[in-house]
Design a protein. Structure first.
Length: 255
């Protein structure tokens, strides 16, 4: 990708799954990376695994907590000398029928997936405006932010919020030279999704889901989404702004 060499990239939720793959991809593109995750041991393991690929560091952070986000953005700015790209990737999911969702579970999903997305984006946007040279923010949405899926009302609501947050950020931040877009992956083979699939039926569920819902005939890989992150951050996407890029193997095309 053009224009990524030397870029200073902050990846939230970068210690596993899609975020870890994104951190690896940006290092391969010659960028410098600071990542966070909620589990300190997982963050340390991620940084250690990525260190042979380039300049990477990180810390543990709960993106739903303002003090943690302030600490994260300050640490990233110190380590990198500023932030050019935010991969706003942190998120959680769980499966609950609408009639059975506990208020505490609703609140936690919204707190991480929407409040956390806002807190990190706002803090980094303020840094970018102060730096005065623009930047790129890519928010993690989902196909569940575009169409509803049963048993995920809390998750769907959080991702629908991310989609409109992204578009509003694009309207307000474009004048500062900050491009803002969202990614909308479909079914991706991450530890989070595999844990949920295991509760339903494991490999049999996954095979049936792929057969019935994904025209390309396979589930997505974290690397598929990481490539989209890199593209939207690159100069090749210089006029893409306020958009939601779907990476789902044709899943939304199925009636």
């Amino acid at each position: 990708m053009r224009g990524l060499v030397g870029k200073r990239v902050l990846v939230s939720g970068g210690s596993s799954g899609i975020g870890l793959a994104a951190a690896a991809r940006f290092l391969e593109e010659g960028a410098r990376v600071f990542l966070c995750g909620v589990d300190p041991a997982e963050v340390d393991a991620a940084v250690a695994s990525l260190a042979p690929r380039g300049d990477v560091s990180g810390l543990a952070c709960d993106v739903s907590a303002e003090p943690d986000v302030a600490r994260l953005t300050q640490a990233a700015a110190r380590a990198l000398g500023g932030v050019d790209v935010l991969v706003n990737n942190a998120g959680i999911a769980r499966r609950d029928p609408f009639l059975a969702i506990a208020a505490a579970d609703w609140d936690r999903i919204i707190a991480v997936n929407l409040r956390g997305m806002f807190l990190v984006a706002q803090a980094v946007s303020r840094q970018m405006v102060a730096q005065g040279n623009g930047g790129v923010i890519i928010n993690m949405c989902s196909t569940n932010g575009i169409a509803g899926e049963g048993d995920y009302a809390h998750y769907n609501a959080s991702k629908g919020g991310v989609l409109l947050l992204t578009k509003t950020m694009a309207v307000e931040l474009g004048g500062h030279g900050i491009r803002v877009n969202a990614l909308c992956p479909g079914y991706i083979l991450t530890p989070l999704n595999e844990a949920i699939a295991g509760q339903i039926g494991g490999a049999d569920f996954e095979a049936a889901y792929v057969r019935d819902q994904i025209p390309l005939g396979r589930a997505g890989r974290p690397e598929d989404v990481a490539a989209a992150y890199a593209f939207l951050a690159s100069d090749d996407a210089a006029f893409i702004h306020g958009s939601a890029l779907v990476i789902d193997g044709g899943q939304l095309a199925v009636m």
